[in-house]
Design a binder for this molecule. Structure first.
Ligand SMILES: Nc1nc2c(ncn2[C@@H]2O[C@H](COP(=O)(O)OP(=O)(O)OP(=O)(O)O)[C@@H](O)[C@H]2O)c(=O)[nH]1
Length: 905
């Protein structure tokens, strides 16, 4: 538009100048400028002001806008274009405007009017916008203030509620009492009238809480109270009202005669509100307030909770550093639990470390440790073995120790009279019932000597197969009675017994037995013992020796005296006032009674009902029996007892201990069983090696084995069989006991034997019907025994039968190389003469040069006159070539031999 004006002005100027040459504005105007006008409704405009010398514009005129004769537009019109540059040309006075000029002028004026109108409209809109935004800003501020107030109030309320909960409960009780008293016509309860903030009783806040008496304003109509907002109340008052509001469902009790009066500000306001003083307007407004505050309260609560959570998480000080116990393996879920973290976070952490693991997957302790450190916790590594920590109990104080009977083990060579001696000592006869006439398992008994001295005897069998058990017997015993038959003297097992006793640092008492036999010489025994560093008292040594006769019962009292004396010297003491513990002497699976273990209490007192852990088994002691079959309620130190109630058959020699509860017992036995399984698996895999290795060994005939599954009546026998069979192993053939256990032969035993091509050794046990049928079907051999050396003999035969045959070399003859021919197809061929014996095709050959073997191999061809022959005898000539060997020379000698296999003896 301004361009248009300028153009018009320029046109005028150009049109005027040629006509008159008079510059009207340029000549008359002495001053010019612009003035901004402001109007009351916010509109403003800028006008051009021209001051002329000769004509003075009417005072107050908006602006001189031209001459009276010339239509210069309405006052206050837009400045002319180019006015700042010395004014524009005006049409000459007196000359009527042309039609074109008029039209232009009209158009310009129209334009100006339109623009003016638009500017005015814009200004109005701007003004309105400003007004509106100011209002909005004010509203927003108000809202923020309100929210801040609400939050502050909420916080205050929460704190107050937590702190005053106890107090409030008491106050509620008091209020209830007061309300009960205030149900008179006057009605207003003291609690409602009491000035100052009254803690809101939880009973009143809690939905469904028992309402106070009708008319009690404190409890009066929470719903109604919610709707009746006191006008002009502050944030605090509103807060007090809010808890009531947000607990819908509380019993609504209409207030009696609510007083419609404006509420007072101040602390009493809350009390007044509860008192039921409300006004109608507030009640009406309260509708909106209630619904709004419900939502806002919730929002505020949520916001606050989030902020607190964020603050807790962000602040390093409040971070909880935990001690995370890490076992050898742990599942991801369990690890997360121990760190109180989300399992997903743990999975994520593992993922970052390059470990893909699901929640249920187990990770090793090293990986888990990295995760724990990542989460900023402390690691405490534990091993499975830690479950046994503290099992052994505290060391006894000197004052707690009391004298205990000695535990004696009778040792000696086979048939020197151990059992007979024990029998004589305890006036019983076990030997008669023993299969094969030897003791098959350890028994333990306690006898009371004529002098009243208690002595516990452990009967260790004499056969060498029981060496292992004897060694164990020595470790639990205090004194060893070494039985040496006067007629037989010191025998190998006597020497072995001495070694075991010495190794266990247990004193020996020598019982020279069978002195009743005619012509025996006990002194010979004494002399023989000297060779084994046993110097008896009669020869000036320290070892007591008693000449006894188990058969006749001679000097048994002296033997007991000697034992008592030795016990005194040893000063044997134990603390009976603690949980019982000791060692399993023997165990078996009894058909009627289940697992039965003979245990020797070594410390403390074992009581019936105790929960015991024995080796890898545990159980509650259901019953306790002594060696005479009598039921006992408790067993003191050094007393051997049979215990019933174990979950399984513990291994002989395992320690047992009474523990505090089942959980502990389970924990320990689970760990021990796991260890046993691992050990067995390791032993198996070690024995097997890799499949390739095993195959290679078998193919090379390096190793063969006799696999055996042992089932025995008692643990001791099973163990003894293991030892016996182990000794039968030879370099080339090994005896491998795949499984050794107590009890009947079951199908699983047969399966095991079948899988390993093993033989089942049944010692005093029988197979179940199913197992027997299965064995017949699958061709598994079950061998039944009741005497241990029969087992040994049989297995030894089996071992011999499987021994690799011996390769024996048989000399055939010698041949002398007379000539060497080079044959294309065969390589070098030796023309020889047989000088000794014979040469046979396919036999083994050795090439001897100057009496030294330079090659050993096989003969590939044997010919006579181009014909292949089977053999060539002494004196004849023949052609011979070696397999894969060509370095033969004239003068070399060929030794021929054959390898024959003979059965091992
Ligand atoms: N004359 C005589 N014979 C005895 C005496 N003591 C044992 N015997 C006999 O010796 C044999 C072996 O006695 P056992 O008590 O079975 O010997 P053991 O040492 O227990 O034998 P194992 O259990 O096989 O180790 C039996 O025939 C007894 O009768 C004794 O004092 N005098």
């Amino acid at each position: 538009m301004s361009d248009q004006n300028e153009q018009d002005a320029a046109k005028n100027r150009l049109s005027l100048r040629p006509s008159g040459g008079r510059l009207e504005l340029g000549g008359k105007t002495v001053d010019a400028g612009s003035v901004r006008q402001s109007f009351s409704h916010g509109r403003s405009k800028v006008v051009q002001v021209e001051v002329r010398k000769k004509r003075v514009g009417a005072p107050g005129a908006p602006a001189p806008a031209g001459t009276g004769s010339a239509p210069s537009g309405r006052p206050g019109g837009p400045p002319r274009s180019g006015g700042g540059g010395g004014g524009g040309a005006r049409p000459q006075a007196g000359r009527p405007l042309t039609q074109a000029e008029l039209a232009t002028r009209q158009r310009v004026l129209e334009e100006n009017r339109r623009m003016e109108a638009q500017r005015e409209r814009e200004a109005r809109e701007r003004q309105a916008l400003m007004v509106r935004s100011a209002a909005e800003e004010a509203a927003r501020k108000a809202e923020e203030e309100r929210r801040a107030a609400e939050e502050a109030a909420l916080r205050a309320e929460e704190e107050a509620r937590l702190k005053a909960e106890e107090e409030a409960r008491k106050a509620a009780e008091a209020a209830a009492a007061a309300v009960a008293a205030a149900t008179q016509p006057t009605g207003a309860p003291p609690a409602a009238r009491r000035p100052g903030p009254v803690p809101v009783s939880p009973a009143l806040r809690r939905p469904g809480a028992a309402p106070a008496a009708p008319g009690a304003p404190a409890a009066a109509a929470p719903g109604a109270a919610a709707r009746l907002t006191l006008k002009g109340r502050g944030a605090e008052e509103e807060e007090e009202r809010r808890p009531v509001v947000r607990r819908p469902g509380a019993p609504v009790i209409p207030a009696k005669k609510p007083v419609l009066a404006p509420a007072k500000k101040g602390p009493a306001g809350g009390a007044d509100r509860r008192g039921g003083r409300i006004d109608v307007q507030a009640a009406i407004e309260g509708e909106d307030d209630r619904s709004r505050s419900l939502a806002s309260v919730r929002r505020a609560r949520e916001r606050e909770r989030r902020q607190q959570e964020l603050a807790r998480l962000r602040s390093g000080n409040e971070r909880v550093v935990r001690d995370v116990i890490l076992p050898e393996t742990i599942t991801v879920q369990e690890l997360a639990n121990r760190m109180a973290a989300r399992a997903g976070e743990v999975v994520k952490a593992l993922f970052k470390m390059g470990v893909m693991a699901t929640i249920t997957q187990s990770i090793d302790a090293d990986t888990a440790e990295l995760v724990v450190q990542e989460f900023g916790h402390r690691v405490r590594r534990v091993t499975d073995a830690d479950v046994e920590i503290g099992l052994e109990g505290a060391t006894d104080e000197e004052d707690d120790l009391f004298a205990r009977p000695p535990v004696v083990t009778i040792m000696g060579h086979v048939d020197h009279g151990k059992t007979s001696l024990l029998d004589a000592l305890r006036k019983t006869d076990v030997a008669a019932h023993e299969a094969g006439g030897i003791t098959q398992h350890i028994g333990a008994y306690q006898v009371v000597s004529p002098s009243g001295q208690k002595i516990t005897f452990i009967d260790t069998p004499g056969h060498e197969a029981f060496t292992a058990m004897r060694a164990r017997g020595a470790s639990v015993t205090d004194i060893v009675v070494l039985v040496v038959a006067a007629d037989d003297g010191v025998m190998p097992q006597t020497v072995e017994a001495i070694r075991h006793a010495k190794a266990a640092n247990v004193p020996i008492i020598v019982a020279v037995n069978k002195i009743d036999k005619p012509g025996v010489n006990p002194n010979r025994v004494r002399q023989e013992l000297l060779q084994h560093e046993i110097v008896v008292e009669s020869l000036g040594g320290e070892t007591q020796e008693i000449e006894v006769s188990a058969l006749k019962g001679t000097n048994l009292d002296k033997l007991e005296e000697a034992i008592s004396l030795q016990a005194e010297v040893l000063d044997l003491r134990a603390n009976p006032h603690r949980a019982g513990e000791g060692t399993v002497i023997e165990s078996k699976l009894d058909r009627g009674r289940g697992p039965v273990a003979t245990v020797l209490v070594q410390r403390g007192t074992l009581e019936q009902g105790d929960i015991v852990v024995a080796g890898a088994e545990w159980g509650r002691v259901r019953a306790m029996l002594d060696d005479k079959g009598r039921q006992l309620k408790e067993a003191d130190p050094s007393l051997p007892v049979e215990i019933l109630g174990l979950s399984g058959v513990p291994a002989a020699g395992e320690p047992f201990v009474a523990v505090e509860d089942e959980t502990r017992a389970r924990e320990i036995t689970e760990y021990r069983q796991r260890k046993l399984r691992e050990k067995a698996a390791a032993a198996n895999s070690a024995a097997r090696g890799t499949l390739d290795q095993m195959l290679a060994r078998i193919q090379a005939g390096e190793q063969k084995e006799v696999a055996v599954v042992v089932k025995a009546d008692v643990q001791g026998s099973a163990e003894a069989l293991g030892v016996t069979l182990g000794k039968l192993s030879r370099d080339e053939v090994r005896v491998r006991v795949l499984h050794s256990a107590v009890g009947q032969i079951t199908e699983s035993d047969i399966q095991l034997a079948k899988a390993s091509n093993a033989v089942v050794v049944a010692f005093n046990v029988r197979a179940t019907t199913q197992a027997r049928e299965m064995a017949n079907r699958d061709g598994v051999e079950i061998r039944y025994y009741s005497i241990i050396y029969e087992v040994a003999d049989d297995i030894e035969k089996l071992v011999r039968g499987k021994l690799a045959p011996i390769q024996r070399e048989k000399f055939l003859g010698y041949a002398q190389i007379l000539q060497v021919f080079e044959v294309k197809r065969l390589g070098n061929v030796a023309g020889c003469r047989v000088t000794e014996g014979m040469v046979r095709r396919g036999c083994g050959v050795r090439l001897l040069r100057d009496g030294v073997v330079i090659h050993q191999g096989e003969l590939s061809t044997l010919r006579r006159f181009k014909d292949d022959v089977k053999e060539v005898t002494n004196g004849y000539e023949c052609g011979m070539s070696f397999a894969n060997y060509n370095d033969i020379r004239v003068g070399d000698q060929i030794e021929c031999y054959e390898v024959e296999t003979v059965a091992a003896v």
